[in-house]
Design a protein around this ligand. Structure first.
Ligand code: APR
Length: 307
């Protein structure tokens, strides 16, 4: 293929992302991990599925970065996932060290790449990637909002017994307990859910969305979600590589937008060949604005706690 994506971290999220990218024939995929044999083994296994899945994406695995050279996109999933009882924030300094070293290496071999961060705590890890790479802000972003809104959409479709394809949902803010789902911008076939559901049911769905990650961690017990996160990151990669200019909620570096400065936070952006091509500012009610500010303050305190 004429495009190349490197996925760093060949664990649950990384390997599943590689699978989605290859099966969509978006690019050749390089998996990098520190565990000897792991990225090589998963890449080979995925390559051996290709004749059956009918794609021609090449897959390679490595413990070093030479083979990642010239990647169009670098997806960072390296790090440790949550265990039951842990918040994403508990991962802060362990994953910051990992994301820093990964970014240094990946950026050296792919200086023109667009970086998509998946490692948690997401918004703070985006800061680490931006500062370490020295890349312009349009080329560093985080995956969270698509996942959070996909969870919101799933619960809306379950509640109303309608196709997930008819649902649209909006989630702003940091990828954590302070995320800000926006029911009035969340619709079924264009109709706001505020017209379709009573406030108590909406509140229950919003709460389940906020705890969506923890719900999975609680069930799995040994790790966190990966199928839906991989789908979400693949949607971002597709919009970039095909220059689709989709409006998607992503963690973006704000400099004044929404009254927030020098901070990554989830907002709607236009994703195209140049990465984040535009940050879309929507009008918020005073309550929504207050919730977004609260979420931004939570992200800021994590950034301040980075050693
Ligand atoms: N370089 C490359 N790979 C690394 C490094 C490093 N410095 N440090 C750790 N890894 C690898 C691990 O060896 C492991 O294979 O990252 C992989 C992480 O995989 P999992 O433990 O399966 O975790 P996963 O569920 O994929 O989650 C990864 O994504 O959603 C977030 O919160 C989650 O931060 C976590 C990340």
């Amino acid at each position: 293929m004429d495009k190349k994506i490197t996925v760093v971290g060949a664990g649950n999220v990384g390997a599943t992302t590689a699978q989605r990218l290859a099966e969509k024939e978006l690019a050749d995929v390089v998996l990098v991990d520190i565990i000897e044999g792991l990225p090589q083994g998963k890449a080979l296994d995925l390559a051996e599925a290709a004749p059956i899945e009918k794609h021609d994406a090449h897959l390679a695995g490595s413990n070093t970065y030479e083979v990642s050279e010239g990647s169009d996109i670098v997806i960072i999933t390296a790090g440790v996932p949550r265990k039951p009882g842990m918040s994403r924030d508990d991962l802060l300094n362990t994953n910051a060290g990992i994301v820093k070293s990964v970014t240094e290496e990946a950026a050296r071999y792919s200086p023109e790449a667009i970086i998509i961060v998946v490692s948690n705590p997401l918004d703070a890890m985006c800061h680490v990637a931006l500062k370490t790479s020295g890349f312009p802000k349009n080329r560093v972003m985080g995956m969270a909002g698509i996942l959070d809104s996909a969870r919101f959409r799933t619960f809306i479709s379950m509640e109303l017994n309608v196709s997930v394809e008819n649902t649209h949902a909006f989630v702003l803010g940091g990828h954590g307990d302070t995320m800000v789902p926006l029911p009035r911008y969340s619709t079924v076939a264009g109709i706001p859910i505020t017209e379709l559901l009573p406030p108590d049911r909406i509140e229950a769905i919003v709460e389940r969305t906020r705890n969506g990650g923890a719900e999975i961690v609680g069930l799995l017990k040994t790790g966190s979600a990966y199928y839906a996160p991989a789908s979400a990151v693949a949607e971002m990669a597709e919009s970039i590589l095909k220059d689709k200019k989709k409006i998607l909620p992503c963690a973006a570096y704000l400099q004044g937008e929404y009254g927030i400065n020098d901070l990554f936070i989830g907002v709607p952006v236009k994703l195209g060949a140049n990465g984040i091509e535009e940050i879309i500012e929507i009008k918020l009610t005073p309550e929504e604005e207050a919730a977004l500010k609260k979420s931004a303050a939570a992200v800021q305190s994590l950034v301040d706690a980075l050693k």
